[in-house]
Design a protein around this ligand. Structure first.
Ligand SMILES: *[C@@H]1O[C@H](CO)[C@@H](O)[C@H](O)[C@H]1NC(C)=O
Ligand SMILES: *[C@@H]1O[C@H](CO)[C@@H](O)[C@H](O)[C@H]1NC(C)=O
Ligand SMILES: *[C@@H]1O[C@H](CO)[C@@H](O)[C@H](O)[C@H]1NC(C)=O
Ligand SMILES: *[C@@H]1O[C@H](CO)[C@@H](O)[C@H](O)[C@H]1NC(C)=O
Ligand SMILES: *[C@@H]1O[C@H](CO)[C@@H](O)[C@H](O)[C@H]1NC(C)=O
Ligand SMILES: *[C@@H]1O[C@H](CO)[C@@H](O)[C@H](O)[C@H]1NC(C)=O
Length: 700
């Protein structure tokens, strides 16, 4: 059976070379014996499929990301694109490049259905040596320095499954025409126009389904057209995109044609199943009957063994077996986890659900440490190591954001600083994510700061508060400037600061905000982050930066020094306030500053038990960080210098305003409204640590 199939897959190569270099034509219906020039991960499978990436090095090399690489495949002979110069023109390629046409069938098979990385491209390049090109989002074609350089002489059509803002990508499922650059000259979401009703139909590049593409260059008009359709369908009459690009100065006189792809942290196979090309004419049609088949994907069929009955078993034995089976089933359900192949990479960070279940006594209520915006936190002791941990249960549907997030969590888990709560690992269940952290015996700062009850919990003294502020500043500095890549916290506030045994402040929950950022819950009515800590530009643009973290840090500093929340809704009758009045901490501190008594804003519960000079410094620093203009805020490095006295904190300008104190609120109504009411925008954010660069562990 198998042998018969192989016979059908004999490569059909038709190469027509008309003397004088005028025409080249070839067709590969499968690539066995085709003699393609392959490099990197590219291989031809025994069945004859061209496999551009088979990203298993990386999965086995665990945390060493250098295994991530590229794959290239080229037709073995150079193609003479240059048209013979017109008489008297003096040679060279003054007459420009010839028209050409190509078609190919491809499939992208990611290890899971809704996430992929990178993508691939058809390309025309002056050389087959792409050793200086980078993997991941560079698709193995360019690198950080030559992207956009006209000396590349590369023309490509990319099939990109990641939205990279750095290349102005339109979405995470697009087709783009690339001229010397990953910033496409033209791009459209993948899909086709139906010949029947003319409607546009989306195609998902990562659907694992084979699709056919047609790329044509019309030299006379200098137009590139790209069309695509699901496999076996005829070429759509209306192309997906059509772009005016004159390739005369792009493609060199002779050049190689082929494919390029690159891998990233997710295991994705980019297959080319068949390919034809023609210079000057139409690319030969591909016969689907002759193309090799994609390997079957999905779980192996169930074993039929259980259908064999056990007719002679005694009743007792059957009952016992049923009971054991029932217990096993219950156990299986109780400890069921969600685990996918891509997680192999994160193996060392993965906890077994059973261990977490046992550690927390089955998530008993009496182990509950707290419940917050993102989930419930339980204390536990890991079996074996006896390590005390905090386990956070975040309920979340398995969405794309979730998977991206796990990669990021693991990446962030490598952050190590005494002012960050160490993330030890994670576990996934259906609809649920569990994060395992170091246990912080003194709990959340929020509880200490805003505790107004009358048991004997002591009020945090000034020295402790200063130490906490300094610690959190040091942790943030590490995230922003010291670690190998910039990490933005996005949700700094007292309730995300935990206190260790020595009452040091440690930042926790970093990155969680991002998970919700990616989630597309239509009921989300507030931006990622918390009101009162949100920088105005973050509210307007949805883009978190280190300076929006500095803003939140400013709000946090005032909160710790004053013992009040950034924004408090006054209850009716309290202090003569009308219902719905807001207490805005920053304005209150600003009022004290204007009156020349800024230290008067310090938490009244401290009495006069604080260092007035330190308090003034801290409060002024908080205001400086809360400057409405990001450019006017200090960096975290400056903040730490001001706090340790190694640099003097500049005076606030007398014109200092906060966003809430515009004289004419009406005039700034839109801004003012957006300060309190967040409407999610469709295009949110790119923190600096995005999916695409998580793998790049070195170099920055
Ligand atoms: C791709 O990787 C898998 C896993 O290591 C391996 O079994 C398979 O043979 C590889 N395929 C090719 C064509 O190299
Ligand atoms: C990663 O692997 C490469 C190649 O095998 C090796 O040169 C490099 O030293 C490794 N890096 C680390 C951090 O282990
Ligand atoms: C980028 O590629 C170009 C060749 O196009 C090469 O000259 C350059 O050294 C590469 N840069 C890096 C940083 O690898
Ligand atoms: C690509 O687009 C990005 C984002 O718009 C821009 O910053 C960058 O300069 C562009 N690069 C090139 C080579 O055009
Ligand atoms: C295609 O996908 C986009 C984005 O996912 C969606 O907005 C659009 O409605 C879809 N169009 C069709 C015809 O399905
Ligand atoms: C393309 O550019 C070449 C060289 O600059 C020029 O000779 C040719 O006329 C252009 N073709 C079109 C259609 O504009």
């Amino acid at each position: 059976m198998a042998a018969k199939r192989f016979l059908l897959m004999v490569v059909v190569v038709v190469v027509v070379v008309v003397e004088g270099g005028a025409a080249v034509e070839f067709a590969y219906e499968g690539f066995r014996g085709a003699g393609l020039l392959l490099d990197g991960m590219a291989t031809v499978t025994p069945a004859g499929l061209l496999l551009l990436t088979n990203d298993t090095n990386m999965a086995s090399s665990q945390k060493n990301y250098t295994g991530m690489s590229k794959g290239h495949a080229f037709h073995p002979d150079r193609v003479r694109f240059g048209r013979p110069a017109a008489a008297g023109a003096g040679g060279g390629f003054a007459a420009g490049v010839s028209s050409f046409s190509t078609t190919f069938v491809f499939a992208i098979v990611s290890e899971f259905l809704d996430l992929s990385t990178s993508g691939f491209a058809f390309l025309v390049a002056p050389s087959t040596d792409l050793s200086t090109a980078m993997p991941q989002q560079y698709l193995g074609m360019f690198n950080g320095t030559d992207n956009g350089d006209s000396r590349n002489h590369v023309f490509a059509v990319e099939f990109d499954t990641v939205r990279n803002p750095e290349f102005a990508d339109i979405n995470n499922n697009h087709v783009g025409v690339d001229v010397n650059s990953l910033n496409s000259s033209a791009a459209e979401p993948a899909g086709y126009y139906d010949d029947g009703d003319g409607a546009f139909r989306n195609l998902s590049l990562i659907s694992r389904e084979p699709m056919q593409v047609w790329v044509d260059y019309d030299a006379a008009a200098a137009v590139v057209t790209v069309a695509m359709a699901p496999a076996r369908r005829p070429r759509p009459k209306r192309p997906l995109l059509s772009a005016k690009v004159n390739l005369s100065t792009v493609i060199t006189d002779t050049a190689y044609v082929g494919f390029s792809s690159a891998s990233s942290i997710v295991l994705v196979k980019h297959y080319v199943i068949g390919w034809s090309f023609s210079l000057g004419g139409d690319a030969p049609a591909l016969d689907y009957a002759k193309l090799p088949k994609l390997p079957r994907i999905g779980p192996k069929p169930r074993s039929k063994a259980l259908t064999i009955a056990l007719p002679i078993a005694t009743t007792a034995a059957v009952l016992a077996a049923v009971a054991v089976g029932f217990l096993l089933l219950r156990r299986r359900r109780r400890y069921a986890e969600l685990r996918e192949d891509w997680e192999v990479e994160f193996g060392p960070h993965r906890f077994a659900y059973k261990d977490l279940y046992d550690a927390t006594g089955g998530f008993k209520d009496k182990r509950l440490l707290g419940a917050g915006g993102f989930g419930r936190v339980y204390s536990g002791v890991l079996p074996g190591s006896r390590t005390q941990v905090a386990v956070k249960k975040v309920s979340h549907e398995s969405r794309q954001g979730m998977k991206e997030f796990v990669a990021e969590v693991v990446s962030i888990g490598r952050l190590r600083h005494r002012n960050l709560v160490q993330l030890l690992g994670y576990c996934r269940r259906k609809g649920e994510l569990l994060l395992v952290y170091d246990y912080m015996p003194n709990g959340s700062l929020d509880k200490h700061l805003h505790y107004h009850g009358d048991d004997d919990r002591p009020v945090l003294d000034w020295a402790q508060r200063l130490q906490i502020i300094r610690g959190v500043a040091a942790g943030l500095l590490y995230m922003h400037e010291v670690w190998e890549k910039v990490v933005i916290h996005r949700d700094i506030k007292a309730s995300n600061v935990l206190l260790d045994g020595d009452m040091n402040g440690r930042l926790g929950d970093f990155g969680l905000a991002r998970l919700y950022d990616h989630g597309d819950d239509p009921h989300t009515t507030h931006v990622v982050g918390t009101m009162g800590y949100l920088a105005p530009e973050l509210v307007r643009t949805g883009k978190a930066t280190t300076l929006s973290d500095v803003f939140a840090f400013g709000a946090f500093v005032l909160e710790v020094a004053c013992g009040r929340r950034p924004i408090e809704e006054e209850e009716e009758g309290v202090d003569g306030a009308a219902a719905g009045d807001r207490f805005v901490l920053v304005d209150w501190v600003l009022g004290h500053w204007r009156e020349g008594s800024i230290a008067g804003a310090v938490d009244a519960r401290l009495g006069s038990d604080y260092d007035a000079a330190e308090a003034e410094l801290v409060l002024r620093l908080g205001l400086a960080c809360l400057h409405p203009s990001p450019a006017a805020r200090p960096s975290m490095r400056q903040v730490t210098q001001y706090l340790d006295g190694s640099a003097p904190l500049p005076e606030l300008p007398t014109t200092y305003v906060t966003i809430n104190t515009f004289d004419d609120v009406e005039k700034h109504r839109p801004l003012f409204d957006s300060w309190f009411v967040w409407r999610p925008t469709s295009t949110t954010t790119t923190s600096v640590a995005t999916m695409s660069d998580i793998g790049l562990s070195g170099g920055r």
